[in-house]
Design a protein around this ligand. Sequence first.
Ligand code: NCD
Ligand code: ZN
Ligand code: ZN
Length: 480
Amino acid sequence: MMTGDPKVFTADLVIKGGTIVTDATQYRASIAIKDGRILCIGEDESMPAASEVLDVDGLHVLPGAIDVHVHFREPGYTHKETWRTGTASAAKGGVTTVFEMPNTNPPTGTVSALQMKMEAAKKAHVDYGIYGLLGEENLEELDELMDHGVAAFKCFMGNTFGNLPAPSTGAMLEGFEKIAARGLRISLHAENASIMRRRQLKLQAAGRTDPLAHLASRPPVVAAEAVSRAAILAEWTGARIHVLHVSSGTELRPLREAKDRGVDITAETCPHYLLLDETAYQDVGSLVRVNPPVREKAHQDALWRAVGDGTIDMIATDHAPHATDEKLQDDIWCADCGFTGVETQMPLMLTQVAAGRMTLNHYVKMTATAPSRAFGLYPHKGVLQPGSDADIVVIDLQREDKVQSHLLQSLGSATPFDQTPTKGLPVHTLVRGVFVMKNRELIEETSGHGRPVGRIQHMPTPAPRNLETTTAAITSRPEA
Ligand code: NCD
Ligand code: ZN
Ligand code: ZN
C-alpha cells in the first residue's frame, strides 16, 4: 500500500463493473469519481475506497449527451418550458450539457437579456451554454455578449418561433467578422426567409391549411441556399459555423463542398428527420409541424448515409416544446413549430442502435464527442478519461419501454413520438459526479446543480480572414 495523504486515495463514488463506451471502443472497467471529476478508470480491484459504490454489471457507461440545440423558453414563455423543467427532461434523457437558444422574450441579443437568462438558468439540473443572438439590430452588442460569457451564437436566417427577423446578408457578414475575431461558433437556422414568405402567402391565398402545406412552403432549396450562403460568408471571414437541424439530402452537397474547401463547418441532424417522413403529416397532423419540415423518405435515407459517412457530425434534438393546444390546430399555419425532444433522443436513437443502424461507438461520437470538440468543451466533457468532468450516463441496452408524452418532465410534452416503442434506456445520469437521475428517478434537489460551461470552454485560436476588408478596418482607415 502506498503512503501519503490518504485523501488522495479515496473516491466519492465508484461505478463498478460496467462496460465503458468511447467513440472508438468499449471495454469492461470501473470508474472512480472524486470532486466531480474522473479520478481513474481500471480494474475493479484497483479502485480506491469510496463513499459510495454503484454496481452497474451488465450496463453500459457512456459520456453524457451534449445537446447543442434546446429551447427552454425562459424568460418569456414559461407556460411552454422553464429552465427547471427543461433540464429535468435533459437529466432523465441522459443529457448532461445543453446549449440553449436565444429566441426567448426578451431575445438573448443584449447583455441585459443575457443576464436575465443567466438568472433563470440558475435552476438548471445539468450544465449549460447560453447562445447569444446574432441579429440585424444588435451588431454593436456582440462583443459585450462575448465578454459576458455567451458560449456560441445563433443566427436565424429564416423565420421560426419567436418571429425574430432574419438578418440581411450584409448584417450577417458584419456579425461573422466580429465573431470570427473571437473564435466562437455561430449556429445557423439555415432557411431562406424570402422564399418561404412568398410561398406561404401563396399557399394561404390558395386556401391551403392542411399539414402538408407546411412542407410545400419550405422545399429543400430553402435550406440548401442558406447553407451555401452561410458557408461562403464563413469562408470569407474565417468564422466557425454550425448548421442546425439538417433536414434534406439537398443540403449535403453544399455542406460537403464547404468542408472540402476547409471551412470550419459542422452540422447536426435531429431524431425526427431520421425517424419520421412525410407520412407523419397524415398520421399525426399538425403535431409534426417543425422548422425545417420533416420531409420525404428519400431525404431521410440521404441523412442516414450522411450520418454514416461523417458529413453530419452530430445529433442534437432541437428541443422546442409548446403547449398541446398550441400544437393541435386545424389550420396548419396556426400550429406552433417544433416539439419536445431532449428526453426522447436517447431512447429513440438507442433503438436504432439496437436495430443495427448505428454502432454504439458512433452514437457516442455523434451525441458527445463531436459536440464537445466543436464547441470547445473537449476533453473536459464528451469523453470518459481521468481528469474529465464526471458527466456520465449509464444505459440499459436491453430495456424496452415506450415514449409516453404524459411522463416526460417537459412542460410542453406533446410529441409525434408518443407511444413509440423503444429499446435501450438511460438509467442513471451524473453531472460532475452528482446523480441528477438515479434508477430512472429525477433527483429534484439537483435543480441548481448545473453550471455554465464557460468555466472550461476553450475554443481554438481564432482564425479570422480577409481582415483588411472588414467593416471595422475600412471605416477606421485614415483619409487619403
Ligand atoms: C423552434 C422553436 O420553437 O423555438 N421551432 C422549430 O420548429 N424548430 C425554433 C427553431 O429551431 O427553428
Ligand atoms: Zn431553427
Ligand atoms: Zn431550434
